[in-house]
Ligand binder design. Structure first.
Ligand code: ADP
Ligand code: ZN
Ligand code: ZN
Length: 817
C-alpha cells in the first residue's frame, strides 16, 4: 500500500498537491499539521496537510516530503472548511487564504530572510545548542541570511526546528519585521519621595503648599489612590483620579516632592480592574434581554443603538454569559485605532481572559495568541481583533461581536483574499453554531435590509446612556459665509465662536476634515499646470511642514517647486485643504491652545494611535484635528464640540455608496460630542445645506436615509439587490490593456445573460505606472451565482491562454466596496 498526503501551499494555486510519505509518517501525520516540502526547482515551502489517502495521482509522480514540522495540528478542520468557503466565494485560491491566515513565522520557506533581533551581546552563547550557535555566529558577520544559506551553513536540510527555537527565544526576526524597531512599551509612574512618608515631613510639606491649592489637593489624592490601589501608580491614573492636570504633577516632580519612574509594561498581560464592574441601565437591560430573545430565533442580530448608548457595555455582559458557558468569543473591530480603548475596557472587566490580535503586533505575539486559541486556553476566552482575527484556530466559538459593522475597512482590498470580514464571520459562526451580534449607530444598508426581510433580528437602543441627549447639529452655509466675508481661513464665524466658547469652559474640540496633507493640489496661476505624480494619475499633495509634494498612491516625493515646471512662472497657489492646513490655521487663531492631529501621517509606528488617543484623553490637547480615523467609535468624555469643515467632499465621491457613507461618517463624527453629562454641539460647514443627506444627518433620520438609498439601489441595480463582481485589469502598456479589457468584456457579455459594465477607466486610471481598467458584473439575486462564477473563471482561463494578454494582471473583487 502507498501512503499519500494532500498539501496546500502558501501560493496562488487553486489545487492541493499530493506527496508521498512512509507508513510511519502517515500514522504520525494528522490533518492540520505542517510539512516542509520541495516544490518547483529547489525551493522548500511550508505546506499544510488537508487530507490523507492512498490514491496515486494520475498526472505526476508524487515527491516525498522533507520533514514534518508539527507534533500536533496547528490548524483545525473548521478553519480548512472556512478557508475553502472564502476561496470559493471570493474567487481566489485556497493557497492565498492559507498564506494570509497564518502568522508569517508559521510559513517559512527557503528564501525567507532572517536577521538577528537583539544585540548579540545579550545572547547567552553558552545556552545555545550547536546549531543555534552556528546561526547566531553567521549573523554576527552578516546582517541577514536566507533559510537556504542556513541550510548550507548547518550542512542539513532540516533547519525549521532550529529556526523556530531561535524565533521562540526572540533572537531572530523575519524579513517583514525588519523595519519594525522593537520597543518595549514603557509606562510612566509616579511616587512620593520617601522622606515625605514620615508624618512630620508630610505635614510640613502640606503646610508649605497651602497656597498652591491644586498641588496640595494632588498630594492628598495621591495618598488616597495609594491606599486603595496598593501598587505602582501610573501618572495617567493619578491625573484621572485627582482631576488635576498633568502640569501639576510635573511641577511637583520639579519640586522633588514626586519622583517619576518608568516600568516596562508587558502588553500581553492584562490586569482585572475591580472597579470596572457596572450595572446596565434600564434601557440597556431591555436591549440585552431582547438580544437574548432574538438569539433564539435568529443566528444574526443587529443592535442598532445611537452613539454613546452604551453598546459596549451590552457586549460585555453578553460576552460574560458566553464565557460562563465555556465558549470562545471573537470581537471584531474595523480598525486598529479602535482597539486601544476597547482593550482597556474589556481587560479591565475580564482581565487576563482577553487576547488581542492585529497586524501591528509582532510575529511572536501573534503566534502566542494563535496557540492560546488553538488549545482553547483561558487566556483567549475573548479575542479582540481586526478582520484577520477571523482566521484564528477557534474550536468552540459561541459568539462573534462585530462592532461598527457598517465600516468599509471590514472589506479587504488587496491582496487576495478580498473578503468581507462581517460576511465571512457570519459563515464562520454558522459552522460553530455560534451567534453573531452586529452593532452600529448607522447600520449598513445591507444589514438593515436583512433585518427588513426577516433574516436578521433587530434590537434598537434610542437613548444615550445616563440621560445624555444627542448633540445639537447646526448647519453653516459656507457659500453665504464667503459671500459675506465671514470666513477666517476655512472657519466660519459660527464655528470659531463655538470653538472659543468650548475652550473657555475647559472642554475639548474635535475637527474633522477628510483629507490629509496641507492641500491636495498645487496650481500655477499663470498657465493652470498642476504637478502630477509621474507614475500615477493623481495630483501631488502639498505638505507644508516638510515643504514637499507627495503622491498618496506610491509615496513619490519631490521638494516643493519654486516655479512652474511648465511655464516657469513663480505664481503658484494651493487648492483645497487637508488636516495639516487646518492644524496650522488653528495654531495661528488659537496660539495659546494645544492642537493635535490624527491622520495616516501622524499615526505610523506601532503605538502611533495609542499615543494620540491617550494624549487627547489625558487632555494634553485642547483640539484634535483628524480624518475619518476619529469618526470611529472613540469615547472621549470631555469633548463637547465637533466641527465638520467641509461636508461636500464626503458627498461628492464617485461611488454608489457615497451618500450612505457620508451619512454614516457625519453621524459617527457627530457622535463623539457630548458623550458624558454635558450636551454636545456639532457644526457642519457645507455648500449644500439642503442636500437630502445633510438634512437626514441634521434630523438624525436613519430611516429616511435608508428608504431613499435602498430605493436607488433597487432602481440602479446595486446591492443588496444585485451582487457585484469587479474585475480590475492592469498593465503598463495602455494599448494592450485597452485591447485586452475589451476582449474580456466582449466574451463576458457573450456568455453571461446579466448586466456587464465597462471596460471603464476608473477615476484614478494609472497607479505606479500601471494603467487600470475595470469591468463590473451585476448578478441579480435570482441568477445562479455558482454558474456565473464558473463562467467568469473560464473566461479568465481563456484570457490567460492568449499570448499577448498573459502579462495583463487581472484581479477579482467579489462584493467590492
Ligand atoms: P457606544 O458604544 O454605544 O457608542 P459606549 O459603550 O462607548 O457607547 O458608552 C458611552 C459611555 O457611557 C461610555 O463612556 C461608557 O463607559 C458609559 N456607559 C455606558 N453604559 C454604562 C453603564 N451601564 N454603566 C456605566 N457607564 C456606562
Ligand atoms: Zn505655469
Ligand atoms: Zn504616485
Amino acid at each position: 500500500m502507498q501512503y499519500f498526503i494532500e498539501v496546500i501551499l502558501p501560493l496562488a494555486l487553486q489545487k492541493s498537491f499530493t506527496y508521498e510519505v512512509s507508513e510511519a509518517e502517515f500514522k504520525y501525520i494528522n490533518i492540520g499539521m505542517r510539512v516542509a516540502i520541495p516544490f518547483g526547482k529547489s525551493k522548500i515551502f511550508t505546506g499544510l496537510v488537508i487530507d490523507k489517502h492512498h490514491v496515486l495521482p494520475e498526472l505526476y509522480k508524487p515527491k516525498e516530503i522533507h520533514q514534518i514540522l508539527d507534533d500536533i495540528p496547528i490548524v483545525n478542520t473548521f478553519q480548512i472548511e472556512h478557508w475553502k468557503w472564502i476561496a470559493n466565494y471570493y474567487m481566489c485560491t485556497i493557497g492565498e487564504v492559507f498564506k494570509s491566515a497564518l502568522p508569517s513565522s508559521y510559513i517559512l520557506e527557503s528564501e525567507t530572510i532572517v536577521s538577528i533581533k537583539i544585540s548579540d551581546n545579550f545572547i547567552d552563547k553558552l545556552s545555545l545548542a550547536d546549531d543555534e550557535y552556528l546561526i547566531v555566529e553567521a549573523l554576527h558577520s552578516q546582517s541577514s541570511i536566507t533559510l537556504n544559506e542556513i541550510s548550507k551553513i548547518l550542512g542539513k536540510k532540516t533547519i525549521f526546528p532550529v529556526i523556530n527555537k531561535l524565533l521562540d527565544k526572540g533572537f531572530l526576526i523575519l524579513q517583514e519585521e525588519i523595519s519594525e524597531t522593537y520597543k518595549p512599551k514603557v509606562a510612566k509612574y509616579v511616587k512620593i519621595k520617601d522622606e515625605f512618608l514620615i508624618e512630620d515631613k508630610l505635614v510640613e510639606l502640606l503646610k508649605s503648599l497651602s497656597k498652591a491649592k491644586k498641588q496640595h489637593e494632588l498630594i492628598l489624592k495621591y495618598f488616597q489612590l495609594n491606599a486603595y490601589e496598593k501598587k505602582p501608580i501610573l501618572i495617567k491614573k493619578l491625573v484621572d483620579f485627582s482631576g488635576v492636570s498633568t502640569s501639576i504633577v510635573k511641577s511637583l516632580i520639579d519640586k522633588e516632592v514626586f519622583e517619576e519612574y518608568c516600568l516596562n509594561e508587558d502588553r500581553v498581560i492584562f490586569e482585572k480592574d475591580n472597579s470596572s464592574s457596572f450595572d446596565l441601565s434600564d434601557f440597556q437591560l431591555k436591549a440585552f434581554e431582547s438580544i437574548k430573545l432574538n438569539e433564539k430565533k435568529h443566528d444574526v442580530t443587529l443592535l442598532h443603538g445611537v452613539t454613546a448608548s452604551g453598546k459596549t457595555e451590552i457586549y460585555i455582559k453578553l460576552i460574560e454569559d458566553y464565557i460562563k458557558a465555556d465558549k470562545q468569543v471573537l470581537f471584531l473591530l474595523p480598525e486598529i485605532a479602535l482597539t486601544t480603548q476597547l482593550v482597556q475596557r474589556l481587560t479591565a472587566y475580564f482581565g487576563n481572559q482577553v487576547s488581542v490580535f492585529h497586524s501591528k503586533y509582532t510575529n511572536n505575539e501573534r503566534v502566542e495568541v494563535w496557540n492560546n486559541v488553538l488549545i482553547n486556553s483561558d487566556k483567549a476566552r475573548v479575542v479582540i481583533g481586526v478582520r484577520s482575527a477571523l482566521f484564528l484556530p477557534f474550536s468552540n466559538l459561541g459568539l462573534i461581536v462585530i462592532d461598527e459593522e457598517h465600516e468599509q475597512t471590514f472589506k479587504q482590498q488587496d491582496p487576495a483574499p478580498r473578503y468581507h470580514a462581517r460576511d465571512a464571520a457570519i459563515v464562520l459562526a454558522k459552522q460553530h453554531n455560534a451567534k453573531v451580534l452586529l452593532g452600529s449607530a448607522t447600520p449598513s444598508l445591507e444589514s438593515y435590509y436583512n433585518v427588513k426581510i426577516g433574516k436578521y433580528g433587530l434590537v434598537e437602543l434610542k437613548e444615550r446612556f445616563g440621560n445624555v441627549v444627542l448633540p445639537d447639529i447646526e448647519l453653516v452655509d459656507i457659500k453665504d459665509k464667503y459671500f459675506r466675508k465671514k470666513m477666517n481661513g476655512h472657519f466660519s464665524d459660527v464655528l470659531l465662536n463655538k470653538i472659543q466658547e468650548t475652550l473657555s469652559l475647559g472642554e475639548q474640540v474635535i475637527l474633522f476634515q477628510n483629507r490629509r496633507g496641507f492641500s491636495p493640489f498645487v496650481e500655477c496661476m499663470t498657465c493652470g499646470h498642476v504637478p502630477h505624480c509621474p507614475s500615477c494619475d493623481v495630483s501631488l499633495t502639498y505638505y507644508k511642514y516638510k515643504n514637499q509634494l507627495r503622491c498618496h498612491y506610491c509615496s513619490y516625493t519631490i521638494s516643493n517647486p519654486t516655479h512652474c515646471h511648465s511655464c516657469q512662472s513663480v505664481d503658484l497657489s494651493t487648492k483645497g485643504f487637508g488636516t495639516e492646513q487646518i492644524e496650522l490655521e488653528l495654531k495661528s487663531i488659537f496660539p495659546d491652545n494645544t492642537i493635535g492631529r490624527m491622520d495616516q501621517d501622524t499615526t505610523r509606528g506601532k503605538f502611533g494611535y495609542e499615543k494620540i488617543i491617550d494624549s487627547f484623553k489625558n487632555r494634553e490637547y485642547d483640539i484634535l484635528v483628524g480624518t475619518q480615523m476619529l469618526a470611529k467609535g472613540l469615547d472621549f468624555d470631555n469633548v463637547t464640540l465637533v466641527g465638520i469643515l467641509n461636508a461636500d467632499n464626503l458627498l461628492n465621491q464617485p461611488n454608489f455608496r457615497a451618500y450612505e457613507r457620508a451619512f454614516q461618517m457625519m453621524i459617527q463624527v457627530a457622535g463623539r460630542a457630548g458623550r458624558k453629562e454635558k450636551k454636545g454641539n456639532v457644526i457642519i460647514q457645507t455648500y449644500n445645506p439642503y442636500h437630502n443627506t445633510i438634512q437626514q444627518v441634521l434630523s438624525n433620520d436613519y430611516a429616511s436615509m435608508y428608504n431613499e438609498q435602498i430605493y436607488d439601489r433597487q432602481n440602479f441595480k446595486y446591492p443588496p439587490f444585485f451582487r457585484l463582481i469587479r474585475l480590475t485589469l492592469k498593465h503598463k502598456d495602455f494599448e494592450r490593456l485597452k485591447e485586452g479589457s475589451l476582449w474580456m468584456y466582449n466574451v463576458l457579455v457573450q456568455h453571461l445573460q446579466i448586466p456587464v459594465l465597462g471596460p471603464e477607466e476608473p477615476a484614478i486610471s494609472r497607479i505606479r505606472n500601471q494603467y487600470i481598467r475595470t469591468i463590473i458584473i451585476k448578478i441579480p439575486s435570482n441568477a445562479n451565482l455558482g454558474k456565473t462564477k464558473n463562467t467568469i473563471q473560464s473566461t479568465l482561463k481563456s484570457f490567460e491562454s492568449i499570448a499577448q494578454y498573459r502579462s495583463i494582471k487581472v484581479s477579482i473583487n467579489v462584493d467590492y466596496y
